[in-house]
Design a protein around this ligand. Structure first.
Ligand code: GLN
Length: 465
């Protein structure tokens, strides 16, 4: 086939993808509420630029034509971003996140911003100024949170991949609830520049997709050092697409498997994963981590403390929501914060101030170091740790508005966040009501390449059985 025919096939293919994704958004978004802003005109302009490159015989980028959605916590120059909060009403980004710059540089198409829990605080996507997101597999169920819109957008083919954020599970938990792949890499391997902060020592950008190839290629592009983020890891992710080691030594978390709140079908799915791995000659052994019960308290103590500090900048003075009337600067700040933040965010700011005052913050920090050390010990011996992503499949709306109960949705995801380790949730079977189950795999720091390969291997084994 000659080059011009190939070029027109390529252009037609990208065009068809754009049409499909826009048509899915138009058909489904009014019910599901996954996208809060759609950038159809920008995508058309980006498409024309790609077409020009192809027509002129110039090389195209590694993500050419890939349609990407952004969680409403990720800055995109000259576009509004609001963290699903009233406090950022009217705010327009003056710069793009490093990850956004990098995907645009490789010819990805940014289709819009996606709904989420306010400032990433929540597990059901019910805490959003834009209203809740619905799970496309059952609209009476939540999509998970906080990256609920990002997971539903991928689930419903509104985009190929979403860039989300994961502080304690916000990519993995909604991915599990929606039946897609949710990947949170090691802390620092993707720059946080341009990501609205919740808890800076936990916040990690990650990727939601339907297949490992897409997740991997986006990760290759967005990972790596960044002069704008001094916590960014200094090395670039290098992929080795083949699995150089054929048999793995895998641990599973006994206290997660035997957790009393674990849904029976998730328990069964885990046993099925173990059987699959064992029948492929891998070693699968149970271990107990005595600190699992401390993960939620450590996570909520440290993240609320960090959030109380990070969110202090929203005061109504320089940007975002400003009350119409106020007598002086104190009243302006007080009204802006009282009226601008939602209930869940206010609770966490208060809790954060309390833990900082009370000395719990220091105690939780010590426990974090203990957990990091213990996890390093695990990975001295094992390649991967397997556990459920969530204790239950997607639940209904207003299921449990008491946030102290809601946080149990994060019981298995906070572990990798506390220890800053890479983790992925992959879909594995469904419950009796056809809602997806997520299996989580954690590995040692900066072992992303192996993790993605292993997840791919597991998914392929599952699909071929
Ligand atoms: N659900 C967790 C929380 O509410 C995790 C949030 C996140 O990872 N951003 O804090």
């Amino acid at each position: 086939m000659n080059t011009s025919v190939l070029n027109s096939i390529c252009i037609d293919h990208i065009k068809k993808n754009i049409e499909e994704s826009i048509s899915n958004i138009k058909k489904k978004n009014s019910t599901l509420n996954a996208f809060v802003r759609v950038y159809e005109d920008d995508v058309q302009k980006q498409f024309e630029a790609i077409r020009k490159k192809i027509d002129n015989g110039q090389p195209t980028g590694k993500l050419c034509g890939m349609i990407v959605g952004l969680k409403d916590l990720i800055c995109y120059k000259d576009h509004p971003v609001q963290a699903a909060s009233k406090i950022l009403d009217g705010f327009v980004s003056t710069f793009s996140a490093t990850a956004v710059e990098r995907i645009l540089g490789e010819d990805a198409l940014i289709i819009g911003h996606q709904n989420c829990d306010e400032f990433g605080m929540g597990s059901s996507n019910e805490h959003s100024i834009y209203g809740p997101v619905r799970n496309g597999l059952d609209i009476n169920k939540v999509p998970g949170g906080s990256s609920g819109g990002s997971a539903v957008a991928v689930q419903q083919d509104m985009c190929h991949v979403s860039l989300g954020t994961d502080t304690g599970g916000s990519i993995r938990q909604p991915a599990a609830f929606c039946g897609v792949i949710g990947f949170k890499p090691s802390y620092g391997i993707i720059s946080r520049h341009g990501m609205i902060a919740y808890a800076s020592s936990f916040d990690t950008m990650g990727i939601i997709g339907k297949n490992i190839e897409n997740v991997r290629s986006v990760f290759e592009v967005i990972s790596g050092p960044d002069e704008f983020d001094c916590t960014a890891y200094n090395e670039k992710f290098v992929d080795c697409k083949h699995i150089d080691k054929q048999k793995f030594k895998i641990a599973y978390l006994k206290n997660a498997v035997n957790y009393e709140g674990l849904q029976k079908e998730i328990y069964d799915a885990l046993l099925n994963v173990f059987d699959t791995l064992r029948s492929n000659d891998n070693e699968v052994l149970g271990i107990t981590l005595d600190f699992l019960q401390y993960c939620l308290p450590v996570y909520y103590t440290l993240t609320t403390a960090e959030a109380s500090s990070n969110l202090a900048r929203y005061d109504g003075v320089r940007y975002g929501y400003k009350p119409k009337e106020y007598k002086n600067i104190d009243e302006l700040m007080c009204k802006a914060r009282t009226e601008g933040f939602g209930l869940e965010v206010k609770k966490r700011i208060l809790l954060g101030n309390y833990v900082l005052e009370s000395g719990y913050y220091e105690k939780a920090k010590k426990l974090r170091y203990y957990i990091i050390k213990k996890m390093n010990d695990v990975f001295d011996e094992y390649d991967f740790l397997l556990l459920p992503t969530t204790p239950t499949t997607a639940f209904g709306f207003n299921h449990n508005m008491d946030s102290s109960q809601m946080c149990y949705a994060d019981i298995f995801t906070t572990l990798a966040s506390i220890a800053q380790l890479p983790a992925i949730s992959i879909p594995w079977e469904q419950d009796g009501k056809n809602m997806p189950i997520g299996i989580q795999i954690i590995t040692k720091k900066y072992n992303e390449s192996m993790l993605l390969n292993f997840a791919d291997y597991l998914l392929k084994t599952y699909n071929s059985s």
